[in-house]
Design a protein around this ligand. Structure first.
Ligand SMILES: [Zn+2]
Length: 230
């Protein structure tokens, strides 16, 4: 009699184990199916965020061109066009500014705020738009900067520089590592600075003020960004 009860108990326990295992297996199957589906849809409709930072603004004009061009205005125009091109391809864009205003009264605080936006964004990349200037007025061409310890920053810089060089093959430049620029040093996500041209070069300063050229620059920068993020 006692043995019979033991058998019954053992059978009941075994049945319970099978039931639990069966349920777990079903759950695992379901989980795997969801995981796979998740990966497939992530590949197709991957939501990607990029931060576009138009350098300077408001009282801080940035560099002043030999033709009187204000860097802050050119930066903003190009940044807005990059935003447009990226959004057309489904990229979510966060702008650090969309008007002629800086983010704080002092430059240090302004830069700090820009970095804060980048670090909180969860973005795949941040791109800061600036214009260059040099004592030798004959120097021209666009150049992209990245932090030497950021492999991703270097890759993004390379993709963007390639497009800029195609746009201006006669003044093509190489990407450059920089570990002192505040934004490159303090941003935790991949970040590059695009200096789209020299305002100290008359010809380039004139071109940078033209809407058509701003659009061409923005288009190749956006292409490079997409190559990096997709
Ligand atoms: Zn600048």
């Amino acid at each position: 009699m006692l043995r019979k009860i033991r058998y019954i108990l053992a059978a009941a326990v075994l049945a319970g184990v099978i039931l639990v295992c069966g349920g777990a297996a079903e759950k695992l199957k379901h989980y795997l199916a969801e995981e796979t589906a998740g990966h497939i849809s992530a590949g197709k409709n991957k939501e990607v965020t990029v931060v576009i930072d138009a350098g300077h603004g408001g009282l801080d004009c940035g560099k002043i061109g030999v033709n009187g061009a204000e860097e802050k205005k050119i930066n903003l125009e190009i940044a807005k066009l990059i935003k447009k091109f990226l959004e057309e391809d489904g990229v979510k864009v966060i702008m650090t500014r969309e008007t002629d205003e800086r983010l704080a009264d002092h430059q240090v605080d302004d830069l700090e705020k820009r970095v804060e936006i980048m670090n909180k964004s969860g973005a795949a990349l941040a791109v800061s738009i600036h214009q260059n200037s040099y004592t030798d007025a004959s120097v021209s061409g666009a150049q992209v900067f990245y932090h030497s310890k950021s492999e991703q920053g270097e890759r993004a810089a390379g993709a963007i520089q390639a497009g800029l060089n195609e746009l201006n093959p006669q003044h093509s430049k190489k990407i450059k590592a920089n570990d002192t620029y505040y934004i490159l040093k303090n941003t935790e996500i991949p970040v590059v600075i695009v200096e789209s041209g020299f305002l100290s070069n008359y010809e380039e300063a004139e071109k940078l003020m033209e809407a058509e050229y701003q659009e061409a620059v923005a288009a190749v920068v956006a292409e490079g960004i997409k190559e990096f993020v997709f």
